[in-house]
Design a protein around this ligand. Structure first.
Ligand code: ADP
Ligand code: ZN
Ligand code: ZN
Length: 837
């Protein structure tokens, strides 16, 4: 018999498809699965599928490629299910994800894991059920009490999740019990897959269609004549949905909750539904309120118009333009105008803002102009809300999105413009977990894919961007005056050493700042005090023996939080109550050293008892709305003095603030990092930008112990250019970015010796391959232990030209693989961080 005879004619024309699936696992490749014939017509790149991975895991992945080549080394499993009719990820994105994985040295799965909103990821939950061959009441096996409870419950409920078992037994760790039950062949484990995203639904009420029309309605009233409660409900409906005149309104009906007012009876409504006068139905609704479109206009000033023209001209030649505009010059106004133009042109727009700058203030300003057309993508949104924005971009509902760094992952297919506001901000960089990407830099790659333009905006451009602009790679446009009568503030530097010596200062406050605050309070003006450290004081110490409480899991001292009388670790979250005595010598006098926002708040209340003081830092803004509440209280003048961390420095625009106090620049300046000057300059300039934004000249008081630092002079003179020239010379001399590229390497191990051994071996291997000069370290970082893992660091420094970056990365990855083969070092983690700032 020839083989052909086994096949029917139709089967001969059928093709077998294979798909490469991106799975959320840290393995650097896609996995090939086979598509069952009945699903062949449904598979598309970018659709989510459910597949089996390994022997027991069920995972959701995304189809990254389709082809007809079976894998050589293994038998491809079938995909189990396709979840989407339409792709949730487009091909451009898949290209971008590949780029991110390559450039930032991570896996596609890790990119996907961060890119997809949690609501689009399926969770698979481990559950157990009784083994089909196991008969509980006939078994002569021995069971512990706890095992018996599990088995008896399973007899009744069929299946239990791990979480349910743990609750049932009131035990955290249930694995030993499960293991033992599996071993005795009494239960089996399986995975249940669940969709997390739940559309928001609304129950509505409408008339059954056969009651529509004047005669029929009259009949309904006749029927209800003797039932006033039911009649009242019908009247309520007709009042809100005038179906007499417009019967088509009945289709949408009326929201059910509108019938719950006190004078309407719920049971009457139920009766009317039962008697088929009304019907209840469900609709999917948006989680976002709706807004009117195009309410406000922007009228750019002449200066701003000129800048806009320059930007548009620059876009003709260059893909990226840097807008260097001082605080309050109207950069946001300019963006709005450019965005409006792009919207009219029909392309999509992404407006990126750093986390802390994406405030209600800016959103409501944009809302007034763009109304419903604008989507907002923010990390404080719920999973479901994020999925709605994602789907809104897919469906074309949102042509314009304003969002934080993760908004670069949204499924755009036709971007025309990307605005990166506050482009210098370090919060565009994701530090942990992988992908350790910088959204500003990824935005430029994205723009390239879409043939879109990028506008970088800042009052204090990053060294990188300014350098590219100086080199002519980016266009450069400047805005050097504030809007209206606004002027940049005056600076006063308070010499804290002198103040202390002459006993002029009060607590942490210089005499200069005290008198300025008094003056402001007298004028009924508001004050912002900036201190980039939260908590009460960074540590406490014993007066007698010098003991300092430290975190057990991290190599840092515990920060004292007075409000809860607690010591907390800012690295791992550990907390303990404040000890009443020294744990080393038993002495009772513990004193606080240094100060954070909480202590400043306390001192202010003592120094200015008449002032209303509010603190804004991570600790006071953990709840979703608390940040907005503080800002609106301040706006409405219910707060006189606002003390805060860098949260107070960005994106806020208050009319009545004319004084800003900056504490402790010294700590920022002396932070051991090649960027500390850049960061100090940026942060100080940004914070001072909050002072005197309308028609009055503001004042900024900077307190320092190193009065002779040249950088202070540059801040005071608003001398960005001067600062840039000095700093770029330093960077050049010491071979730092933008003249080189850095790749950070972190080695982690719970064993301090193994951490250092791994780092040394790794360092030696890389030095052999790349040359000693290109490898710095290994070194113990300042914080050498976090969450019980000891850390070691290396830095790879590469010249900008003549280095094949891709080659270097593959060498690094190979070296890591090589080391991981060594049995002894297997427990070490090696993490690469490209552009690690
Ligand atoms: P930047 O983003 O450069 O700090 P903003 O765009 O926030 O500056 O502008 C500062 C203030 O000036 C805001 O209150 C803004 O509403 C106002 N402003 C700027 N340009 C205009 C304009 N053309 N018309 C009206 N108000 C403007
Ligand atoms: Zn002591
Ligand atoms: Zn800790």
């Amino acid at each position: 018999m020839s083989q052909l005879e086994f096949h029917s004619a139709t089967e001969d024309t059928r093709q077998t498809w294979f798909v490469d699936v991106i799975l959320p696992v840290p393995i650097p490749k896609m996995f090939t699965y086979r598509v069952p014939h009945e699903l062949s017509d449904l598979v598309q790149i970018g659709c989510r599928v459910i597949v089996q991975f390994g022997s027991r895991k069920i995972l959701t992945g995304v189809i990254g490629r389709m082809h007809q080549t079976p894998p050589e080394k293994y038998e491809a499993k079938y995909i189990l299910e396709i979840l989407d009719d339409e792709p949730v990820i487009n091909k451009i994105q898949i290209g971008l994800f590949h780029w991110i994985a390559d450039y930032y040295m991570c896996t596609l799965g890790e990119v996907l894991n961060i890119a997809l909103p949690t609501g689009l990821k399926l969770s698979s939950e481990s559950k157990v059920q009784l083994h089909p061959h196991f008969e509980y009441y006939e078994s002569d096996l021995e069971f512990s009490d706890k095992e018996a409870i599990v088995l008896e419950t399973l007899l009744k409920t069929n299946s239990l999740s791990y979480g349910e078992i743990s609750k049932l037994l009131n035990l955290k760790s249930i694995y030993s019990i499960i293991k033992s039950l599996v071993y005795k062949e009494t239960i089996i484990i399986f995975e249940e897959v669940k969709e997390k995203y739940k559309p928001k639904k609304e129950n509505r009420i409408r008339l059954k269609p056969h009651w529509l029309g004047k005669n029929q309605l009259q009949k309904a009233f006749d029927e209800l004549a003797s039932k006033p409660k039911q009649e009242a409900i019908l009247l309520h409906y007709l009042q809100h949905v005038p179906v007499f005149n417009e019967p088509e309104l009945n289709q949408k009906g009326l929201i059910k909750s509108s019938f719950t007012s006190s004078d309407l009876s719920g049971s009457s409504l139920r009766t009317l539904i039962k008697h088929e006068i009304f019907e209840e139905f469900e609709v999917i609704v948006s989680r976002f309120d709706s807004y009117d479109n195009s309410l406000a206009e922007v009228n750019l000033t002449e200066t701003q118009l000129k800048a806009k023209d320059e930007i548009l001209t620059s876009f003709k030649e260059k893909d990226v333009t840097l807008l260097h505009g001082i605080t309050g010059s109207g950069k946001t106004e300019l963006y709005i105008s450019l965005i409006q133009d792009a919207l009219e042109g029909g392309s999509q727009i992404l407006y990126l803002l750093p986390e802390i700058a994406l405030t209600t203030q800016i959103v409501s300003r944009l809302r007034k102009i763009f109304g419903d057309k604008m989507g907002v993508y923010h990390s404080k949104f719920s999973d479901n809300e994020r999925v709605e924005v994602w789907k809104g971009v897919l469906s074309g509902r949102y042509q314009f999105v304003v969002g934080v760094r993760s908004a670069i992952f949204l499924p755009f297919d036709n971007l025309g413009l990307i605005v990166v506001d506050e482009e210098h901000e370090s919060s565009y960089k994701q530090y942990d977990p992988a992908p350790r990407y910088n959204a500003r830099d990824v935005a430029m790659v994205m723009a390239n894919q879409h043939h879109a333009k990028v506008l970088l905006g800042s009052a204090t451009p990053s060294m990188e961007s300014q350098y590219q602009a100086q080199q002519g790679k980016y266009g450069l446009v400047k805005l050097t005056t504030r809007f209206g009568e606004g002027q940049l503030p005056d600076f006063v530097v308070a010499d804290m050493i002198r103040e202390r010596n002459k006993k002029l200062s009060k607590g942490e406050f210089s005499s200069e700042l005290v008198s300025s605050i008094n003056q402001a309070l007298e004028n009924k003006e508001q004050v912002i005090i900036f201190q980039n450290r939260r908590g009460y004081s960074p540590y406490i110490t014993c007066n007698e023996c010098g003991w300092i409480p430290k975190c057990n899991s991290c190599a840092v001292s515990l920060t004292y939080h007075q409000y809860r009388k607690e010591l907390r670790c800012h690295y791992c979250g550990y907390k303990e109550p404040l000890p009443s005595t020294c744990e080393a010598c038993g002495a009772t006098h513990l004193k606080t050293i240094g100060f954070g926002t909480e202590k400043l708040e306390e001192e202010i209340s003592l120094l200015f008892p008449q002032a209303r003081v509010q603190r804004m830092d991570l600790d006071t803004t953990r709840k979703k709305r608390s940040y907005d509440t503080i800002i609106s209280d301040f706006e409405q003048g219910n707060i006189d003095i606002l003390v805060g961390t860098q949260m107070v420095s960005k994106g806020l625009d208050f009319d009545n603030v004319n004084l800003v106090g900056i504490f402790d620049v010294d700590r920022m300046l002396h932070f051991p990092d090649f960027r500390s000057f850049e960061r100090t300059f940026q942060l100080s300039t940004q914070v001072s930008g909050r002072a005197g934004r309308r028609n009055k000249k503001g004042k900024v008081v900077i307190q320092t112990r190193s009065i002779d630092q040249p950088i202070l002079k540059q801040i005071i003179e608003h001398g960005y250019d001067k600062f840039y020239q000095n700093e770029i010379a330093e960077r050049h001399a010491h071979h730092y970015p933008p003249f080189t590229r850095l790749i950070g390497v972190t080695v982690k191990n719970r064993d301090v010796k193994l951490a250092s051994l791994t780092a040394i071996k790794l360092g030696n291997l890389i030095k052999e391959k790349l040359g000693t000069k290109r490898v710095l370290g290994p070194e113990e970082p300042i914080i050498s232990k976090i969450r019980n893992e000891y850390l070691m660091e290396l830095t790879i420094k590469l010249e900008r030209s003549q280095v094949n970056l891709a080659k270097v990365k593959s060498i690094l990855l190979e070296t890591r693989l090589e080391l991981m083969q060594e049995k002894e070092l297997k427990t070490s983690k090696i993490i690469f961080d490209v552009d690690p700032y």
